[in-house]
Design a protein around this ligand. Structure first.
Ligand code: C2E
Ligand code: CA
Ligand code: CA
Ligand code: CA
Length: 276
């Protein structure tokens, strides 16, 4: 038994040190990429559709890197100042994308950008967005910031100031992964949120869990009575779509409609829809 324990421990040890090595390697590589014209980093846009008509009414910006997936490198960046550099690059590129779309005659009504808690807590991020909208000639009311519950839970002076300035600029606030946290409802009472995004985990359970379906109905009813927009995320199947349409969920996003697309493909997709 001692031998087993010993080898078990040794195995754990190796995999732990491998993970630490990968982390350090990725951190160095990401820092280097951000220092060198963001080589290997790019943005994708995932269409958001009106669920009744299936027309594109907006898009969410999702970052990509050739060395790792966002579920790995975004949290890694959040562990250091890298998230501020990465977040800043994402903001600037997002506005550039919107400008390029405008120049191509594609007037996307709304672009949603994910903000990390660290950006809201440690940076005058709203001021930065203000500079960028002026520089790129974008109407700030076309922008929406997606934030998670954790970002609003600290509620430091910097967080409050950023949220206040976003509101003054007419930039919308969306609560991401809605329903998965501990205090989703009280956050809606305390913060000027206009959009809630029903988390993928509920959408995935449509047809399988009556509890999940009831929660979705509850979020939609609350959205209607509070005048909030509701976006269902991660819609993959016809069955999920049919349920959401029947329950009058206004907006949706997911592989059933479109994957996250690089700018040129997003433009093609838009032009197909609009028969250009
Ligand atoms: P999120 O903000 O909840 O983004 C939604 C995720 O669902 C994206 O994963 C998207 O590609 C994926 N998705 C969309 N439709 C479907 C579908 O039909 N089925 C399934 N299974 N998945 C779908 P992605 O792009 O891998 O991003 C993962 C997470 O990484 C994001 O979750 C977000 O937390 C973070 N992230 C991605 N891009 C950014 C960014 O630009 N800034 C920040 N701060 N975080 C980002
Ligand atoms: Ca998001
Ligand atoms: Ca989400
Ligand atoms: Ca997520």
């Amino acid at each position: 038994a001692a031998k087993e324990n010993k080898s078990g421990y040794a195995f754990f040890d190796i995999s732990l040190s491998q993970r630490v090595r990968r982390r350090n390697m990725l951190e160095l590589a990401l820092r280097s990429a951000l220092d060198h014209d963001s080589k290997g980093l790019w943005l994708t846009l995932q269409p958001q559709v009106d669920l009744q008509t299936e027309q594109i009414v907006g898009a969410e910006v999702l970052v990509r890197w050739d060395q790792a997936g966002p579920d790995e490198f975004v949290p890694l960046a959040e562990g250091s100042d890298l998230i501020l550099l990465l977040g800043d690059w994402i903001l600037e590129q997002s506005l550039r994308h919107l400008q390029e779309l405008d120049q191509a005659g594609i007037h996307l009504p709304r672009l949603s950008i994910n903000l990390s808690a660290a950006q809201l807590e440690r940076q005058a991020v709203a001021e930065r967005v203000h500079e960028l909208v002026v520089h790129y000639g974008i109407d700030p009311r076309r922008l929406e910031m997606e934030i998670t519950e954790t970002a609003l839970m600290s509620a430091t002076e910097q967080v409050r100031e950023n949220i206040r300035q976003f509101r003054m600029l007419g930039i919308g606030l969306a609560l991401d992964d809605f329903g998965t946290g501990y205090s989703s409802l009280s956050l809606l009472k305390d913060w000027p949120v206009q959009v809630v995004k029903i988390d993928t985990s509920f959408v995935r359970a449509i047809g399988e869990s009556e509890a999940a379906e009831s929660i979705i109905r509850g979020i939609l009813a609350m959205g209607r009575s509070m005048g909030l927009q509701v976006v269902a995320e991660g819609i993959e199947t016809d069955e999920q779509a049919a349920f959401l349409v029947a329950e009058q969920c206004p907006l949706g996003q997911g592989y059933r409609y479109a994957k996250p697309l690089v700018l040129t493909l997003f433009m093609e997709r838009w032009q197909q829809q609009n028969g250009i």
